[in-house]
Design a protein around this ligand. Structure first.
Ligand code: MN
Length: 251
């Protein structure tokens, strides 16, 4: 088995067996942070998360509602942290008074690589989930205005509620079908997966030209129009045809 580069860089770690790598080392100052694991529907297996990539403005109607011309922009990406992925309730975040829902198809990779061809990209996909790219819109807006990075608006605690993964071996690779989000039973976001400007294979190909993708990487594929704020007590119900449903309460 080939070790990930990051694990073999430290000379003192080279001679250790792989099973030791993710455990506390005798000389660790404290226990390493836990790996985030997403449940895999219908099995007792879990999907350990490595990185979380997100694409911006990937549905034309949403790009327009955010004040951009969807035809003129190449894809761009930002990242959340693996431990931002959570399950269950969404705790209203600190430092904002305008947190928005963004329903998104989540793509989970079980194979990595660089310079992945578009027509080979789906071979790298393990499965799909329904996710939410929760956004502190006020902080993101300020970051945009000042030309600053987006992390403060995007990569905060519990900012990526996620449902269980459904293997592509069961559902194939959905590229059309309804994607919607209701808040308290009222429809807020509505679109179709076929409205994605950059399709899943294209996203994987582009990302793999800029980063080394690896098993455990997930991609949040953008949100349809209708984003808006939630408050404590709201119940968000998301649906993606063929993938499933996700219900998250804001607490
Ligand atoms: Mn998003």
């Amino acid at each position: 088995m080939r070790l990930p580069k990051a694990l073999v860089q430290g000379i003192t770690m080279r001679s250790l067996p792989l099973r030791m790598m993710s455990m506390t080392q005798a000389n660790d100052l404290f226990a390493p942070a836990a790996v985030t694991r997403v449940a895999i529907s219908g099995t007792d297996k879990t999907f350990p998360v490595r990185r979380v990539y997100c694409i911006g403005r990937n549905y034309a109607a949403h790009a327009i509602e955010m004040g951009h011309d969807p035809d003129k922009e190449p894809p761009f990406f930002f990242q959340k942290n693996p431990d931002n992925i959570t399950f269950g309730d969404f705790p209203y975040p600190v430092a904002t008074s305008d947190v928005h829902h963004e329903i998104e198809l989540v793509v989970a990779l079980s194979k990595g690589g660089t310079h992945i061809a578009v027509d080979a990209a789906l071979d790298h996909v393990f499965g799909y989930a329904v996710g939410l790219d929760m956004t502190r819109r006020d902080l993101q807006g300020e970051a945009k205005r000042l030309g600053r990075p987006w992390e403060i608006g995007k990569a905060f605690e519990a900012s990526a509620p996620c449902g269980p993964l459904i293997p592509a071996s069961q559902i194939g690779h959905p590229d059309q079908g309804a994607i919607w989000l209701k808040v308290n039973g009222e429809i807020r976001q509505e679109g179709d997966l076929n409205q994605m400007i950059w399709k899943v294979p294209e996203m994987i190909a582009v990302l793999s030209r800029h980063f080394t993708l690896a098993p455990g990487d997930v991609i949040m594929t953008g949100t349809p129009a209708g984003v808006g704020p939630v408050t404590r007590g709201d119940v968000m119900e998301g649906h993606i045809a063929g993938v499933g449903d996700l219900t998250v309460k804001v607490v």
